[in-house]
Design a protein around this ligand. Structure first.
Ligand code: SAH
Ligand code: DHB
Ligand code: MG
Length: 219
């Protein structure tokens, strides 16, 4: 099912399109030294998210799930000088690696990393709304609740992106004990029922196996 050429084609496209980036290489090296899980977005998806944010002219971005800050740095570069990225992370060890990576990347001044459980931190962001873009990439069981917060915090026509909505086709598994499947079913049901969003989803193959993103605009 997972063809090794998916990874090879990702590597080839990255070599064609993405200039060598010692700062992003160091983010991966620091994450590896700290033994963080390799669950950051792929280099091509990170760059694509940055391009989308830049094309929207996004100046204020909210991210749920920082890890080592790989995706965060793409957003921080996209918002430019004077822009702001708020990123939420509950593992102090991940946050420490991310903070060092932000400083090394020269974008620490654009990033507000908040430590805690996202559901505890999101209510305080209401006074800092609206955001142009919200990226959901933390614990998958809370995605319906995070999407509800995104609907409250996004500006009209603002973009919500949710990572990991395919998980190697988990949607097709009806076993109620498969939490990857039930999380996806609950998320799509919540978005389906939510008139505040105009939504679609894309499957992605490549260096991160077979996964995908949900894209939705705030009506
Ligand atoms: N967006 C990152 C990857 C994030 S991985 C990138 O692409 O580079 C998911 C992160 O979410 C992990 O660091 C994990 O510790 C964090 N996380 C999981 N549950 C969380 C919660 N309830 N609140 C805040 N952070 C959470
Ligand atoms: C997991 C989380 C992610 O954000 C991801 O991109 C891949 C896997 C996980 O928790 O397994
Ligand atoms: Mg993810």
């Amino acid at each position: 099912m997972i063809d090794p050429r998916f990874t090879e084609v990702d590597r080839w496209m990255e070599a064609q399109l993405r200039p060598a980036d010692p700062i992003l290489a160091e983010v991966h090296a620091a994450a590896s030294r700290a033994r963080l899980p390799e669950i950051d977005v792929s280099p091509l998806l990170g760059a694509a998210l940055g391009i989308i944010a830049s094309a929207m002219g996004a100046r204020r971005i909210l991210e749920v799930g920082t890890l080592a800050g790989f995706s965060t740095i793409h957003f921080a570069r996209a918002v430019g000088d004077g822009g702001r990225v708020v990123t939420l992370e509950y593992e102090p060890a991940h946050a420490a690696v991310a903070r060092a990576n932000f400083a090394n990347a020269g974008v620490a001044g654009r990033i507000d990393l908040r430590l805690g459980k996202a559901l505890d931190l999101l209510p305080a962001l209401a006074t800092e709304a609206p955001f142009d873009l919200v990226f959901l990439d933390a614990d998958k069981e809370n995605n319906p609740a995070y999407a509800d917060w995104a609907a409250r915090l996004l500006r009209p026509q603002g973009l919500m992106v949710i990572d990991n909505v395919v998980r190697e086709g988990a949607a097709l598994d009806s076993d109620p004990g498969n939490h990857r499947a039930t999380n996806i079913h609950q998320l799509f049901a919540a978005i389906h029922a939510d008139a505040r969003f105009d939504a679609s989803a894309l499957q992605i193959v490549g260096t991160k196996s077979w996964d995908g993103i949900l894209l939705a605009t705030r009506r």
